[in-house]
Unconditional design. Structure first.
Ligand code: ADP
Length: 341
């Protein structure tokens, strides 16, 4: 069997909007690459907050959030747009642009990504076919049924070819037939390799599938099981995954209290280990020599590790402002290339 790799990890995440409003409390779970899961729970349970933390619209009060080894809360602002392009989000209330046709809505999303005309046309046609709306391309959103609008929104969320698709209540207010079509489409997107999470109240939809169901109540994950909406199985309360997360130092595990940033001491310690390990990610070769040297001296030997450096880390590494810009451009370009692959 193929080894399961975590795409998303929430480790003991707490989000307080204020002293009294605790939207998430000690939430831990992980989602594997290629998985299809449901996130269920009553209104006010914290589902939307969880989504907003993942897309870095909000920061956690405590705990760790990782997306494909990227430490989400620490991601530099400049890299946020690139990061978000790896996620496809179908928001609950986000409607298609009313003044544009369905086709134009999708084309617009592709234009923003800087795609060329030919690719825009081909991808738009492909996405419309995927959601079975080829013949609705020239209609305006108001001319589409609720289910068709939802499918259109899914197609638009897929424009950037995301690794992870999350849909918030995609079948809310839809009849069973339309809900089934949506589910069918989400399933085929998942079979094609995209990790999918559906936030829903739709008991019938969840029960039709034999998928993982993460249930939240009052800011906590109270059950994590497979199969039915109502099955209750106690989630793991500690760190879900014991695998090593290379945030800054490969020897520090997620949740380790010592992992509080790349302190001067860490750098010194890593320097003494320098001789033991010289291997580094070949993608780093095109980095400016002086920056590369500073990073490698501190045992920062992969792009994943670079992506997780905070401003404070960069200060400690003595990376100057001009070098910082250079590094951010390099990372931007790297993520761009990675996305095109
Ligand atoms: P759900 O999506 O499961 O309905 P939410 O994540 O929207 O739950 O809300 C969880 C809790 O956090 C609720 O009590 C809600 O009132 C509160 N909350 C959500 N957003 C904010 C905010 N921006 N400021 C203050 N409280 C908020």
């Amino acid at each position: 069997m193929e080894q399961e790799t975590a795409m998303i990890i929430f480790d003991k995440v707490t989000k307080k909007y204020s002293e009294k409003i605790v939207a998430l409390e000690d939430v831990s779970f992980s989602l594997n690459k290629g998985e299809f899961s449901f996130l269920v729970g009553p209104s006010g349970a914290g589902k939307t907050t969880l989504l907003r933390l993942l897309i870095r619209e909000e920061l956690p009060t405590s705990g760790a959030i990782l997306f494909d080894k990227i430490d989400v809360p620490k991601l530099p602002n400049k890299l946020l747009p690139k990061y978000r392009q790896r996620l496809g989000v179908v928001f609950q209330n986000l409607r298609l642009l009313e003044s544009k046709t369905l086709g134009e809505n999708i084309q617009f999303a592709l234009e923003i990504l800087g795609k060329q005309e030919k690719e825009i046309k081909e991808t738009t046609d492909y996405l419309l076919e995927l959601v079975k709306l080829q013949d609705r391309k020239d209609l305006f959103p108001a001319q589409l049924s609720g289910g068709e609008q939802q499918r259109g929104a899914i197609a638009r969320a897929l424009a950037n070819n995301p690794d992870f698709l999350v849909a918030d209540e995609p079948t809310g207010n839809l009849d069973p037939e339309s809900s089934f079509q949506i589910l069918d489409i989400l399933n085929s997107i998942n079979r094609a390799g995209t990790t999918v999470m559906v936030i829903t109240h739709d008991r019938e939809m969840v029960n039709k599938m034999n998928n993982r169901v993460i249930r939240m109540e009052e800011g906590k994950v109270i059950s994590d099981s497979k199969g039915s909406y109502d099955a209750i199985k106690k989630p793991k309360s500690k760190v879900v995954i014991e695998r090593e997360i290379t945030i800054l130092d490969p020897n520090i595990k997620i949740g380790d209290e010592a992992n509080e940033g790349l302190t001067k001491k860490n750098i010194k310690d890593s320097k003494s280990k320098k001789e033991e390990k010289k291997e580094y990610d070949k993608d780093m070769d095109s980095l400016d020599e002086s920056i590369k040297k500073k990073l490698l001296d501190a045992q920062i030997t992969s792009i994943d590790l670079i992506l997780n450096l905070t401003d404070e880390d960069l200060d400690n590494l003595n990376i100057k402002d001009t070098e910082r810009e250079n590094l951010e451009d390099f990372l931007s370009e790297y993520l761009n290339k990675k996305q095109k692959k």
